[in-house]
Design a protein around this ligand. Structure first.
Ligand SMILES: [Zn+2]
Length: 675
């Protein structure tokens, strides 16, 4: 989703991170700590050292940590639900029929192998039949309805200047590799990734029946076209500024900006409601690519569009396609083995029927007590952020007043939606995996497109209930916590609240702070892109934000590759602000509840020490080097080590808690503070 500002990872690659291990009982102690390490030298090492010594990344993972263990547990719960629902019998209700039959058709590997490419043939034929470029654009519209997004992205989203209204957006897109850098940069790792892409495309076209020569030519065509799309694309750092994505114009104007895109024909096939204005997120992309649409031969574009359809379907076709697809993923992420099929299938059902599966998931896992405790914590964190804003030395009263209005307007959603999505019109047929997938995609595309010109539905959720993640959305001005994350190590009913304020408390603070980071601060309480800052306060903010950007730009992610401090600025700002206000909230909690367990010293640790340990253990993680490298290009979040060390070295509260002295690594010489 375009607006999500999430805690953990963005939707890179649609691959969730699951492992083959059975779900382990969550650890209810701070046993990740390495007492031999010095907390003032490297607090991440101190809080995660024991775990780091023994943890291994399972072969079917590219990253491993507390998040992933929790994912695994949720996955196992969903597997049980789906196995039960897929046991076909007459008494199943509509939800069990849909989730059960989708899962069962996915688990039926034998049928997928027998059918091979056959289920995709009608769609491939449709592309092949296009006799001119406008007809090809119509084929692209059809492909975008049933799955991938070749050439560009088309979606609906709130109007940047009137968040209550949903409008159409067209945006850059159409790449197979994770980012434009992969096509443009000269460095050997990027060149290697391009070579892997060429091999992968060649292999898939060969499997689809082309001669080896034709398949190799097709791969060169795909790389050439995607390179021109990449060159016309805005980089991720520039895209962080919403002003760079704000180009609302009349529909006619957009059509004549890029005449060879035949946008009117595209919208007709896509089945949009009537509309007269849209946001062309990056007009330069459409201008530049328009000349490529015109100059490249029709056959080259047909090859490119067919490729995107094949690539997106490959994981659900016969084994040779599945393997080719996985090998590409392996090259990019280092993941050694493909996930067992049941994990891929649970993920598929969560993707297509997330709020049907999610209903069953919350019935099993989420109690009213969890929601009450969360509401209390959110309330405590909001009070602390309010206090924090009021005490900021660098902000004038005028802007503080506006900030308070925005903070008061933030809504929260906890656990699962009040209104479940209605899937009754989506047909799921046992034994028809690809048909189900294409129908589920089309169902969702049409649902999104139908929103154009309508008021924003503020009840809607952008993550499914079992998701281990959380988000802040600027146009909704809301923080959202799916049931999936409200478990250890984030929220541990068996631990005292000092630890929980360091876990889920920091997560809540993180999401709240997103409303006031480099992007969020540009939106007003109603979710509109509007500057509510005095010019002077805006400058003061930028000064402090660039301190954070510089600090994180010096951290090494892998080998000699440093983080992009500007790309990760919003997340780092949220991590720093989140930790500070969560600690404030804990202090208030303790002074209000002096006899609570959280106020005691336990196992030799003071409440504030346990807060920091609870914070550290959330981020214990290992990444494969390939994956770590990829995330530097695409992930706005810093690696776990810096989500801990980067934050605590800016906090005098931390240094006091652990008795750190100036000159020690966890005492930054120029500590940064925004919030
Ligand atoms: Zn975040």
């Amino acid at each position: 989703m375009r607006w999500l500002r999430s805690l953990v990872f963005c939707a890179v690659f649609n691959t969730l991170l699951f492992s083959q291990q059975p779900p382990a009982e969550p650890s209810h102690s701070l046993d990740t700590v390495d007492k031999a390490a010095d907390p003032c030298t490297d607090f991440y090492q101190y809080s995660c050292g024991s775990w780091l010594k023994t943890a291994e990344i399972p072969p079917d993972q590219s990253r491993w940590g507390g998040f992933n263990e929790l994912h695994e547990r949720n996955l196992a719960v969903n597997r049980q639900i789906l196995e039960k629902a897929s046991a076909s019998n007459a008494s199943r209700d509509a939800i069990d029929q849909k989730i059960g039959d989708y899962y069962s058709s996915c688990m039926d590997e034998k049928t997928a192998d027998e059918k091979a490419l056959e289920p995709l043939k009608p769609e491939l034929d449709r592309i092949a039949k296009a006799t001119d470029k406008p007809a090809l654009i119509e084929a692209i519209a059809r492909v975008q309805l049933i799955g991938p997004n070749p050439l560009f992205n088309f979606y609906s989203s709130p109007d940047l200047h009137n968040a209550d209204q949903v409008i159409a957006y067209i945006d850059q897109g159409g790449l197979s590799l994770p980012d434009r850098d992969y096509y443009i940069k000269d460095d050997p790792k990027m060149a290697e990734a391009r070579k892997h892409l060429v091999d992968y495309v060649t292999q898939v076209f060969t499997l689809a029946g082309e001669t080896p020569q034709k398949a190799a030519d097709a791969a060169q065509t795909v790389l050439r076209l995607e390179t021109s799309l990449a060159k016309a694309s805005m980089d991720r750092t520039l895209r962080r500024d919403p002003k760079n994505r704000d180009h609302k114009m009349k529909r006619d104007e957009a059509v004549s900006l890029a005449p060879d895109f035949s946008l009117n024909r595209f919208f007709t096939v896509a089945g949009t409601p009537q509309f007269s204005e849209l946001n062309v997120v990056n007009p330069e992309f459409f201008k530049q690519v328009d000349t490529v649409v015109a100059s490249e031969p029709l056959d080259a574009w047909k090859t490119y569009v067919s490729w995107h359809l094949l690539d997106s379907a490959a994981p659900w076709l016969s084994k040779p396609f599945v393997d080719a697809n996985f090998n590409m993923q392996k090259a990019l992420t280092g993941q050694a083995e493909i996930k067992p099929r049941w994990k891929r299938c649970v993920n598929l059902v969560d993707g297509g029927l997330g709020e049907a599966l999610g209903q069953r998931y919350v019935e099993l896992t989420f109690g009213a007590e969890g929601k009450q405790r969360m509401l209390k914590m959110v309330d405590a964190l909001e009070k602390s952020l309010d206090e924090d804003i009021r005490s900021l030395p660098w902000m004038t009263d005028e802007t503080k007043k506006q900030a308070k209005v925005k903070l008061d307007a933030i809504r929260n959603k906890i656990g699962y939606p009040d209104v479940w999505r209605d899937y009754s019109k989506l047909q799921i047929v046992r034994g028809d995996l690809l048909g189900n997938l294409l129908r589920a995609n089309e169902f969702e595309s049409r649902r999104q497109i139908a929103k154009i010109g309508k008021p924003l539905d503020r009840k809607e959720w952008q993550m499914t209930p079992p998701t281990v993640n959380a988000y802040y959305s600027p146009p909704y001005n809301e923080i959202v916590f799916p049931a999936g994350i409200l478990q250890p190590p984030f929220f541990d009913k068996q631990m005292d609240d000092a630890v929980n304020f360091g876990g889920i408390g920091v997560v809540i603070g993180h999401e709240l702070t997103h409303g006031f980071d480099d992007q969020g601060r540009k939106f007003d309480p109603q979710g509109n892109l509007r500057d509510w800052w005095t010019a002077e306060d805006g400058k003061e903010f930028e000064k402090r934000a660039s301190c954070v950007a510089n600090e994180y730009s010096n951290f090494v992610a892998v080998d000699d590759l440093k983080l992009n401090g500007k790309l990760t600025l919003g997340e780092n700002t949220a991590d720093n602000g989140g930790a500070r206000i969560a600690l404030m909230a804990l202090r208030h909690f303790i002074s209000d509840n002096p006899s609570d367990k959280a106020a005691q010293t336990i196992d030799g640790y003071t409440p504030e020490q346990r807060f920091f340990l609870g914070f550290g253990r959330v981020w214990c993680e290992k990444r494969r080097p390939e994956y770590a490298r990829m995330l530097v290009s695409v992930d706005p979040h810093s690696p776990g080590k810096y989500r801990v060390d980067g934050v605590v070295q800016n906090m005098p509260e931390f240094q006091k808690t652990w008795n750190c002295k100036p000159g020690q690594p966890m005492v930054a010489e120029n500590a940064c503070r925004v919030w």
